[in-house]
Design a protein around this ligand. Structure first.
Ligand SMILES: N[C@@H](CCC(=O)N[C@@H](CS)C(=O)NCC(=O)O)C(=O)O
Length: 222
C-alpha cells in the first residue's frame, strides 16, 4: 500500500522529488503523529502513497521544505500539481479526491461531529496527551506542568466519552477524526495515564481496542 523513499529522498537538501508519477507523496517522519494520521487516511481510502522522509525537527530546515510547508511542520503533501500542508486539510483533500470509504459523513451533524473531534485532537490531544504527558514522561517535565496536562487530558477524555461510538465522532466506520486520534492515543497508551484514559469498558477504551486492530491504522502506528 505504501512505501518509503530510500536514502536519496531522506536527505533534507535534495528537494521534494518528483510527484508527477501518480501516487501522492507525504513528507515527514514516520514517527510523527500527524504524519501517521495522514498515512492512515490514505490507507483507509485505499490510496497507495510514498513517504519522503524529512525530519521537521532538524535544523536548519531545507528551503524546499519551507516552500511546501511554510511553517516548517510535517506532514506536507503533494499529489501531481497539488501541494498542501496541515493534516486536516490534507485528509479532507484525500477524502474528496479519491474513491474509497468516506472519511467525513455527508449529513450536516455527522460532518460537524467529525470536525469537532478533529479540532479537539489539534487543540487538546496534541498539546496535552502528546506534547505534555508523552513528552514529559519519566520526570522530563516539572510536576506542576504535568499536573496541568493531566487535568486537561482528563477533561478531553470526558468530552470524548460522551460519544455513542463505535468510532470517535459516532460514525459507523473510521473517520478523519479517528485518523488523527489513533496516533495520539497510541502515545498515551504507553503511559500510566493511558490506563486511566483508555480504560477498558469505557467508550474511549472500547474505541481504542477496535481502532488499534484495524490493519490500515495499525501499520502506521509506531
Ligand atoms: N497542525 C499541524 C501540526 C503539525 C505538527 O505540529 N507537526 C510536528 C510534528 S508531530 C512538527 O512538524 N514539528 C516541527 C517543529 O515544530 O519544528 C498539522 O495538522 O499538520
Amino acid at each position: 500500500m505504501s512505501g518509503s523513499d530510500p536514502a536519496p529522498g531522506s536527505s533534507p537538501d535534495d528537494g521534494p522529488g518528483d510527484s508527477s508519477g501518480g501516487d501522492p507523496v507525504v513528507y515527514g517522519a514516520p514517527s510523527s503523529v500527524y504524519v501517521q494520521a495522514v498515512r492512515i487516511g490514505l490507507s483507509l481510502k485505499g490510496v497507495a502513497h510514498r513517504l519522503h522522509e524529512v525530519d521537521a525537527f532538524a535544523r536548519p530546515q531545507a528551503e524546499w521544505f519551507r516552500e511546501i510547508s511554510p511553517f516548517g511542520k510535517m506532514p506536507a503533501f503533494r499529489h501531481g500539481t497539488v501541494t498542501l500542508y496541515e493534516s486536516r486539510a490534507i485528509l479532507a483533500y484525500v477524502d474528496a479526491a479519491f474513491a474509497g470509504p468516506p472519511l467525513v459523513p455527508e449529513d450536516a451533524l455527522g460532518a460537524a461531529r467529525v470536525h469537532l473531534v478533529a479540532a479537539l485532537m489539534d487543540a487538546q490531544a496534541y498539546p496535552h496527551w502528546v506534547w505534555g504527558l508523552y513528552m514529559g514522561r519519566d520526570g522530563r517535565k516539572p510536576a506542576g506542568e504535568m499536573a496541568r496536562h493531566r487535568a486537561a487530558a482528563l477533561t478531553l477524555r470526558d468530552a470524548l466519552n460522551d460519544s455513542a461510538g463505535p468510532f470517535l465522532a459516532e460514525t459507523a466506520a473510521p473517520s478523519l477524526a479517528d485518523c488523527l486520534a489513533a496516533p495520539m492515543a497510541n502515545c498515551l497508551a504507553a503511559l500510566p495515564e493511558g490506563a486511566e484514559i483508555l480504560a477498558p469498558g469505557t467508550p474511549l477504551g472500547r474505541w481504542w481496542q477496535i481502532i488499534r486492530e484495524i490493519p490500515e491504522v495499525a501499520r502506521h502506528l509506531d
